[in-house]
Design a protein around this ligand. Structure first.
Ligand code: UT7
Length: 315
């Protein structure tokens, strides 16, 4: 992707929030549903438990409200709502319409579907809106994959779950947080991972795994090259939480130690569009990022999309 124009208006995250449905499904619960074991799931995926339930709009309203409160922003001052989701509550209208009403926003609202890369796609789009004159954008990544999971299919039932992460992005007079970004997709891989309307998710797990590592590394390297930074400069990598072995292989190839990776998959499973904001804001709330730190977001997903962004963490 081209470098960000030097005179583009910059933006920063000024507040964030996370939401997980209260119902927890453990690996032991899954043992009673499909032929699997707690040990297999832990060792092959890194997942121990996941949260399931709720709607995409409901979870988005929860995380969005927390983000607005933390940023101390009046809902009426939000200029646009961007909701990344691959599991809208309805085909029409966009789920962002329900969220807009629920949060009391008076602004344009739209959904972005880039599967598990969704939050990074939406982050880039939100920065673009700020460059075009918006001052405050609410950005949410939410998925309720439990509604499109075949609970008799052990290839997918052990992985997918529900959650939401939100951020308020505000224009800044000084330098913005986004140093570089990359968005990719490869429609020829559509049949490896899809969900028909009204259906459940089909996935060729082993092939998705193989490609995931490659496309995450490619995308991250492109963003780092445009930002002019190397692996040693990255204080925190926030990868899509699909499988701990994918995260570990990607970090290994990028030369970033796992100690510098934000990982919450053991508690959340794969929440698609929510996975990167859940991991990022979990790390931020845990004090793992300091002002000035470079943070690398990198995701991949159905489509097959890949996306990355290098961000300089603000105050
Ligand atoms: O968000 C993006 C989308 N998804 C992903 O990123 C997922 C990418 N893929 C993966 O994470 C992994 O491929 C899986 C977790 C889906 C599967 O792990 P794997 O290490 O690739 O397993 P495998 O398909 O190579 O199967 C290994 C063995 C097989 O048994 P045999 O043939 O060795 O006897 C499978 O039948 O594990 C068996 N197996 C299971 N056993 C217990 C497959 N799934 C399960 C299971 N529980 N849930």
């Amino acid at each position: 992707m081209p470098p960000i124009p030097k005179n583009a208006v910059g933006a920063r995250f000024t507040g964030w929030g996370r939401a997980l449905p209260p119902k927890v499904l453990t690996n032991h619960d899954l043992e009673a549903m499909v032929e699997t074991s707690d040990q297999w799931i832990r060792e092959r995926t890194g997942i121990e438990r996941r949260h399931v339930g709720g709607t995409t709009a409901g979870l988005s309203i929860q995380s969005g409200r927390l983000a607005l409160a933390m940023a101390n922003v009046d809902p009426l001052d939000i200029d646009a709502l961007v909701l990344a989701t691959t599991t809208p509550d309805r085909t029409v209208p966009a789920t962002s319409a329900t969220v807009q009403l629920g949060l009391g926003l008076k602004c344009g609202a739209f959904d972005v579907n880039a599967a598990c890369s969704g939050f990074v796609y939406a982050t880039v789009v939100a920065h673009g809106l700020i460059a075009m004159g918006s001052r405050k954008v609410l950005l949410i990544g939410t998925d309720t994959l439990s509604r499109v999971t075949d609970w008799d299919d052990r290839n997918t039932a052990v992985l997918f779950a529900d959650g939401s992460g939100a951020a308020v992005l505000e224009a800044t007079d000084g330098p913005g947080q986004l140093l570089a970004w990359d968005l990719d997709s490869d429609g020829s891989a559509e049949e490896l991972l899809f969900c028909d309307i009204g259906g459940t998710i089909f996935m060729e797990g082993r092939e998705v795994f193989r490609r995931a590592v490659r496309i995450m590394v490619d995308s991250a390297e492109k963003s780092m090259a445009v930002a002019g930074v190397g692996a040693d400069d990255i204080a925190l990598i926030v990868p899509h939480q699909a499988n701990i072995r994918i995260i570990s292989a990607a970090c290994d190839r990028l030369g970033i130690p796992m100690a510098r990776a934000a990982v919450c998959i053991s508690e959340t499973g794969n929440t698609s569009s929510a996975s990167i904001p859940l991991a990022l804001f979990d790390a931020a709330d845990g004090g793992r990022v300091s002002p000035g730190d470079l943070v690398l977001l990198v995701g991949f997903g159905a489509g097959m999309t890949a996306a990355s962004a290098v961000i300089r963490w603000g105050n």
